[in-house]
Design a protein around this ligand. Structure first.
Ligand code: ATP
Ligand code: MG
Length: 386
């Protein structure tokens, strides 16, 4: 038996000239999301349909509902173009929604004008049949607890109900390529998810100080990447050791500027990776006011280390909103595992909250920046996730 799944997308349908390009990207992303299923994706009337093995329908729906650009996913029943068959299928759907009452609405659409009943007539007839069998239910046209959609096609009728919500947004890849600065914390994976949702394809970079930070920290970052890639995308992950840089900063620079200097080095490393990999922007999990390095003054001084565009998708979010999102996208459980943060190694945790750029630049004259960047990147490791 074959399952039929309907995938609806929203925003991209509105984007005029780009429509074809966006649909093509979504099509490819849907195919990638289903690459380990024996499924076919086809496009029809501004929507996508998936034909696949009935036994794996639930798993496929779960996977598809994570693909960016998807608004909703429904399992579809196909029946012959006969009122009786349509009614039977509608009753079956109602039964499966049994406990969820108390109200419903039938929404018919007649693409095939040869069908003898108009859409409002179909709504009335099928609605009446449902009421007759289920006297405890009511019709509610404005706020029904469930809807049954009926589409009258040229050769068959399609019925569906359950709307598993997708993330919405834009298909990954359509707006450009960026580099996510991924720590082991709660924020940066959420920032990555939000960047993906805006159609950016991502690579990730993680700074560590192995062996001072453990393999457990590394495993954690890998797991975060795997979780970000659940929608079928692939995510190259660059692992870069900053131990040498941290030691230089510790030995040669004022301690209260340590964190700022390290952050500026992180940006330079990210800039160089972006240049090599042709990535157009950086994405960080920074928000405003959370910690000393996230005051406006610090951010200004840190970001002046590089001309590359820095995106901060979490800027407008409260911590609790970030946590809620992290739970929803299943990164929270990974992020709260204990790990050693490379930033706290060797460098005191009481940074200047209002650093002066000229002092920072002066402190940096003690560092051989070019050489430090080159050395760190020479030993970098790149993994492709998953
Ligand atoms: P997170 O929860 O993402 O760790 P945070 O609230 O702890 O963020 P900071 O420690 O100030 O904030 O880090 C700000 C941002 O800098 C992070 O969101 C991340 O984008 C980047 N960053 C910090 N540490 C690392 C690291 N070790 N590797 C890669 N990026 C990092
Ligand atoms: Mg952190």
């Amino acid at each position: 038996m074959e399952a039929l799944i309907l995938i609806r997308y929203g925003e991209i349908a509105l984007k005029g000239k780009n429509r074809g390009y966006f649909e093509k990207a979504l099509f490819n992303n849907l195919k990638n999301a289903l690459r380990d299923f024996e499924a076919r994706v086809i496009r029809k009337h501004g929507r996508f349909f998936v034909h696949g093995p009935a036994l794996e329908e639930e798993k496929m729906i779960e996977r598809l509902s994570k693909v960016f650009g998807v608004v909703s996913v429904s399992s579809v029943q196909r029946v012959p173009l006969e009122l009786e068959a349509i009614e039977k299928a509608a009753l079956k759907i109602t039964e499966s929604k049994g406990g969820t009452g108390p109200s419903f609405k039938v929404e018919a659409r007649r693409a095939n004008k040869g069908f003898p009943l108009t859409s409002p007539e179909i709504n009335r007839v099928i609605g009446a049949a449902i009421l007759k069998k289920n006297p405890h239910l009511q019709v509610n046209l404005h706020h029904p607890s469930f809807k049954i959609f009926i589409e009258i096609g040229p050769r068959e009728a399609f019925l569906y109900h359950e709307q598993t919500a997708g993330p919405g947004g834009l298909p990954v890849g359509v707006t450009g390529r960026a580099l996510l600065l991924l720590s082991g914390g709660i924020d940066s994976p959420v920032a990555g998810w939000m960047a993906l949702k805006r159609g950016l394809s991502l690579e990730a970079i993680h700074y560590h100080s192995y062996p001072y930070t453990s393999m457990r920290s590394r495993e954690k970052v890998l797991d975060l990447c795997r979780q970000l890639a659940v929608s079928g995308i692939r995510l190259p992950l660059h692992l870069v050791s900053v131990t040498g840089i941290q030691k230089e900063i510790r030995d040669c620079c004022p301690p209260e500027l340590g964190i700022i200097l390290l952050r500026r080095m992180m940006l330079r490393l990210a800039e160089e990776i972006s240049r090599r990999r042709r990535l157009q922007a950086l994405v960080t999990g920074e928000s405003l006011g959370q910690v000393a390095s996230q005051t406006l003054e610090s951010m200004a001084v840190i970001s002046k280390a590089t001309p590359i565009l820095i995106l901060r998708p979490l800027l407008g979010m409260d911590k609790h909103e970030i946590v809620t999102r992290a739970e929803q996208i299943d990164t929270y459980g990974i992020s709260i595992r204990p790990y050693e943060d490379c930033c706290t190694l060797f460098i005191p945790r009481h940074p200047a909250t209002k650093p002066k750029l000229n002092r920072v630049i002066e402190a940096e004259t003690a560092l051989d920046i070019e050489n430090l960047v080159a050395t760190a990147l020479d030993t970098a490791e790149t993994l492709l996730i998953p």
